[in-house]
Design a protein around this ligand. Structure first.
Ligand SMILES: [Zn+2]
Length: 152
């Protein structure tokens, strides 16, 4: 024997959609409670990783350019005319600025990469991996992160 509707108390033969509407509403509220903090946590992690990767890559390029410049100064700087030394210094500054511009333009691609690194798993899946460190006070459960493999 089917029960009356839990919401409107109508008899089963009415076939109202109260249960369905209640479920939809509950899903939306549950997502707000559970998923939104996860989205925030994921965004924080992805943003931090992307920024660190971009800066790391840029600093490596900067160091290579500076090394090459200093090499040139050592080898030719003493003999080079002043205009040429100034030109070399100017070129270094310009190249570093261009590198930085190119680095910042890669944010969309690098963000996509790190968002792609976020994996979802269910507790019953047997493969749940927790983020390392345990930070986040219990809310940081169902996202896990693959090892970082991105490089310039
Ligand atoms: Zn009903």
């Amino acid at each position: 024997m089917d029960p009356n509707c839990a919401i409107c108390d109508g008899p089963p033969k009415n076939r109202c959609d109260c249960e369905f509407r209640t479920l939809v509403h509950a899903v939306e509220e549950s997502e707000q409670r559970v998923l939104e903090p996860m989205y925030d946590e994921i965004r924080t992690w992805v943003t931090t990783q992307a920024r660190a990767a971009i800066h790391r890559d840029f600093r490596a390029r900067e160091a290579r350019r500076k090394t090459a410049y200093e090499r040139w100064l050592l080898d030719y700087g003493a003999r080079a005319p002043r205009w040429q030394r100034e030109e070399m210094a100017f070129s270094l500054q310009r190249a570093i600025s261009e590198d930085w511009k190119a680095a910042v333009e890669r944010y969309p691609e690098v963000l996509d990469y790190y968002y792609g690194e976020v994996k979802w798993s269910t507790r019953s899946g047997g493969e749940e991996r927790r983020p390392g460190g345990g930070g986040g006070g219990g809310g940081s459960s169902r996202t896990s992160r693959r090892r970082e493999v991105w490089q310039g």
